[in-house]
Design a protein around this ligand. Structure first.
Ligand SMILES: Cc1cc2nc3c(=O)[nH]c(=O)nc-3n(C[C@H](O)[C@H](O)[C@H](O)COP(=O)(O)O)c2cc1C
Length: 142
């Protein structure tokens, strides 16, 4: 597998719940490790939960589209995964930047962009070398 940028460890807590209404349920992280020094943006990640490794997409930032003055949030949307990991501790391996966080005209534009971000992340993970990791990986499908 390609080298990671960094890893963070945290607990899944509830967010403002807008994620569910825009169609992308996200696990909001309360960070227990050192805060990563990363630009606000969207990243391709793999979440380690119990013995599983689940591909995901993470937004780190202040969610400027909703302009609610909230502090920095760390949200992960897991790809092709439906288990409830609320209250669980996870670690997140951050592999690559997809794009910087930005302001969208409305939530519809944001949703369109997230669909394209997800395709990009799935494509990248499909082409990464998984040969050193067996069994515990969830693989993405396009
Ligand atoms: C993959 C992904 C990319 C995102 N990119 C942006 C972005 O560029 N700009 C922005 O304002 N919010 C972005 N968001 C944050 C959404 O605004 C956020 O998920 C929404 O406010 C719901 O938050 P909640 O689940 O805490 O309710 C992104 C979220 C995800 C999952």
């Amino acid at each position: 597998m390609n080298p990671i940028i960094t890893s963070i460890h945290g607990k899944v807590v509830s967010g403002k719940q807008i994620g569910r209404t825009i169609g992308f349920p996200t696990a909001n992280l309360y960070i227990l490790s050192e805060l990563p020094k990363l630009n606000y943006g969207v990243y391709g990640v793999i979440v380690n939960w119990k013995k599983e490794r689940i591909p995901g997409i993470m937004n780190i930032g202040i969610r400027p589209t909703f302009n609610d003055g909230s502090e920095v949030s760390y949200e992960v949307h897991l790809l092709d995964f439906n288990n409830n990991i609320y209250h669980e501790e996870i670690s997140v391996d951050i592999y690559f930047l997809v794009r910087n966080e930005r302001i969208f005209k409305d939530s519809l534009e944001l949703v369109k962009q997230i669909h394209s971000d997800i395709s990009y992340v799935k494509g990248k993970f499909l082409f990464m070398d998984h040969s050193s990791e067996k069994d515990k990986n969830h693989f993405v499908s396009m």
